[in-house]
Design a protein. Structure first.
Lengths: 528, 248
């Protein structure tokens, strides 16, 4: 891509080096730990699903029992392999027996490592085959489907009731949406379990459950067949159960996951150690499943000032990129996030938005950038909101963004009505079509306002990353480098779920998924 | 132009023309029948001469309409009484000077989004150092100790923290209003505060896009602030009310 911003390549390389060093420091300890949700995700991958008589998910029951018995630090998979050898039953049946009190987790006999390990690896292979099959299925469907023009149109549904979501998702798909997210129930990120079965009562969104994933997947596949397209499904791989949601999404062929390395720390006050450990495991699953992640830098700009904090978005994108690479994600799977949140009352604010969007585009040329719509300065004035969303769409098509989360004219009023979504799609289609090749025709003036702003953002991001390289990411989060939010190392929720690994800890999934993800062909087929 | 304030009507381009616009969706596919259904619905709303100016098919058996019509109803503007906060809105400097001179101690404010609500835009606008629309937030007030406790804070924990900090005022933001969850949450906070016997010791203040002063007072709060509220408006209320209570 030709550069329009005349960026200093040495500074970009410097940013990457600093971010890589910061990511490397985290990775010096991440693999010394596991978490309760990583072990629960492993149980899910082995086929454990369902709930006990009290409604507690079986993965939670099992992990809790192993924890009480002091066995969790060796990993759930070795125990499960021994249990299968001892009982001749399947993983799910064993979990049910444990929940029913028929099997005491301490009573499973030891056996030679070579024996349980062989079984553990073959069980893991079985799980990998299931996920690979879903990925290949996606590749095939993408191959048959019409290839939409970018930016892809991304809308949300958020009724709280999965059956109502399915109706709305179908309508949105028929209206032309390429990507549909089912917004999650607003409190789910802080639940240390994943609810089970179809759900009809959520606030601000709908619970992420495996059955809910499957219901909307089916509806979108149907809508895709009717229209000769492939409709991408999104959910939220965030909160206290990142790895489990990744496992569920991989099994149900989700296509995208909100999956940021630091979002939970900053915006949900989840403990940072827990988050860094969980994000790695969840991203390994997403990498292997061919899922495109979306990162959450846009959130920095709703909390802090978008004009003053623009460089923190860029710095965080570098960190997300470097952490994602360590989890096996390819650049083509990194939907790095940013947002159109500069106060619309600002003189030349549009130029500043163009500078930031073009900057992301040039620095992350292979990443399917996710551009988030204005929310912070949207009021109940739907007419103004519709106009500002038009400006947002114009910047997107001008700067080659790829995943366009459409702004809703009723953003400040309610979760979108059917017609709000229709109007947002009409807005984007008009502008994307009407200004399709504008970017190819426009250059930015040397040392003009846009180039100057981009250079300034890069400079600031570079200084910030150098400081982060020196003090470490944990200290940076403690000092409020991102979103003006300070988080302490041992504070936040979920630290009690972090478990130091025993020397005998074993989990076959990370190495297996990383190897297999690396072996996928270059065609990827992530976004088409 | 003489306007009869006892009988005001919507205004398009001529006094008393009653012109209004609306849009809605019907769960039927677009077509002649759908257009007529939309027109009849507008008639039943009481609109005169409704015109369907736009019909669009939304797919999946839904259609969308834009309608213009004339609303024959009028209201008596002179008979309207809205309870309003009576305090004077002061600047950051004035608020701090008043606290220094008249109260002689720091005013402690704690704030949070309660229940499952994770949307901190409103509370951040009031609390964060930077504030909103050029107006600094309460964290910037030298005579205030302001604690932003963030999102998804259970009511009981918020009150416990308020007691621990010795709060003069508790600010609660509620953005998610689906199925009126915000009303339940706000009511629960008042009930908890009363049950714990601390209701009289703190100012309870609610804020959010669907909150009005009238609604907040009805729910048992001391004040409510709607969309577009600036930090100094909240600060002015807090200090004015604290001084008023001290005089009593």
């Amino acid at each position: 891509m030709e550069s329009k911003l005349n960026l200093d390549r040495a500074k970009i390389d410097g940013c990457r080096r600093a971010a890589a060093a910061a990511a490397g420091r985290l990775h010096s300890w991440i693999n010394n730990y596991t978490t309760t949700t990583i072990e629960r995700a492993s149980a899910r991958l082995l086929g454990v699903d369902g709930v006990d008589a009290a409604g507690v998910p079986l993965p939670n029951v099992l992990v809790e029992k192993l924890k009480q018995a002091g066995l969790l630090d060796r990993g759930l998979v070795p125990w499960m392999a021994r249990a299968v050898l001892a009982t001749g039953k399947e993983a799910r049946e064993i979990a049910e027996a444990v929940a029913a009190g028929k099997v005491d987790v301490s009573a499973i006999p030891a056996c030679p490592e070579a024996r349980w390990r062989e079984l553990a690896d073959s069980m893991a292979d079985g799980a990998a085959e299931k996920i690979a099959a879903r990925r290949e299925e996606r590749q095939k469907m993408l191959g048959r489907a019409a290839r939409p023009q970018k930016p892809y149109l991304y809308v949300i549904v958020a009724t709280g009731n999965i059956y109502e979501d399915a109706v709305q998702a179908r309508a949105a798909a028929l209206q032309g949406a390429d990507i549909i997210a089912v917004i999650r129930h607003t409190g789910q990120s802080l639940l240390d379990y994943v609810p089970y079965g179809p759900t009809t009562e959520g606030f601000g969104g709908t619970y992420a459950t495996q059955e809910n994933f499957s219901i909307v997947r089916r509806v979108l596949d149907e809508a895709g067949r009717e229209t000769g397209r492939y409709i991408r499904l999104v959910n939220y791989c965030s909160g206290l159960c990142m790895p489990e949601i990744a496992a569920m999404g991989a099994l149900e062929r989700l296509d995208m996951m909100l999956n940021d390395a630091m979002y939970g720390i900053l915006f949900r006050d989840i403990n940072m150690r827990r988050t860094f450990i969980d994000q790695h495991f969840s991203r390994i699953i997403n990498a292997f499943a061919g899922i495109v992640i979306n990162t959450g830098e846009d959130n920095y700009l709703t909390t802090a000032d978008a004009f003053e904090q623009g460089h923190t978005v860029l710095a965080s994108q570098f960190i997300n990129e470097q952490l994602a690479l360590r989890s096996g994600l390819r650049e083509e799977q990194m939907g790095l996030g940013h947002a159109f949140e500069i106060n619309p009352a600002m003189e030349d604010g549009l130029l500043m938005e163009i500078a930031q969007a073009q900057l992301c585009r040039e620095i992350f040329p292979r990443a399917p950038l996710k551009f988030m719509p204005p929310t912070k300065h949207v009021t109940g004035d739907i007419f103004r909101a519709y106009l500002v969303n038009g400006m947002f769409n114009l910047v997107s098509v001008l700067t080659g963004q790829e995943i366009q989360l459409l702004g809703m004219l009723t953003e400040a009023i309610h979760t979108p009505y059917l017609s709000d979504r229709y109007l947002s799609i009409a807005n984007a289609r008009y502008i994307f079509n009407n200004a399709r090749h504008l970017g190819e025709e426009l250059l930015f003036r040397e040392q003009g306002r846009i180039q100057t702003r981009a250079a300034y953002l890069l400079d600031q991001a570079y200084s910030l990353l150098q400081e982060i390289e020196t003090i470490g990411l944990e200290a940076a989060l403690e000092q409020g480098f991102f979103a003006d939010i300070k988080r302490s190392r041992d504070g936040g929720k979920g630290l009690d779920g972090v478990v130091a690994r025993h020397a005998a800890y074993y989990n076959p999934f990370p190495a297996l998924f990383l190897d297999r993800a690396a072996a996928w062909g270059p065609e990827g087929g992530f976004l088409g | 132009m003489k306007i009869d304030l006892t009988r005001i009507k919507a205004y398009g381009d001529t006094l008393h023309d009653g012109a209004v616009q609306l849009s809605f969706t019907l769960p039927v596919p677009a077509g002649d029948e759908a257009r007529e259904a939309a027109r009849q619905l507008a008639l039943r709303m009481g609109l005169e001469a409704p015109a369907v100016t736009e019909m669009a098919d939304l797919g999946a058996g839904f259609s969308f309409f834009v309608i213009y019509g004339r609303c024959p109803h009028s209201v008596d503007y002179t008979a309207i009484k809205i309870p309003k906060q009576q305090h004077r809105v002061m600047t950051l400097k004035e608020v701090n000077a008043l606290i220094r001179e008249r109260l002689g101690r720091k005013v402690v404010v704690v704030a949070a989004c309660t229940g499952t609500d994770a949307h901190t835009v409103g509370i951040d606008a009031i609390m964060n150092m930077k504030g909103y629309a050029g107006e600094y937030g309460l964290e910037r007030y030298p005579e205030m100790a302001a604690y932003n406790l963030g999102s998804q804070m259970p009511n009981a924990e918020l009150l416990a923290k308020a007691a621990a900090y010795g709060a003069d005022a508790v600010l609660v933001s509620q953005v998610v209003t689906q199925k009126n969850i915000h009303l339940e949450n706000l009511t629960e906070l008042v009930e908890l505060a009363e049950a714990e016997g601390i209701r009289d010791r703190v100012l309870l203040i609610a804020g959010g896009p669907r909150i009005s002063h009238e609604l907040a007072v009805e729910l048992g709060f001391d004040a409510g602030f709607g969309p577009g509220t600036l930090p100094n408006q909240v600060a002015s209320f807090i200090v004015t009310e604290l001084l008023r209570r001290r005089r009593q």
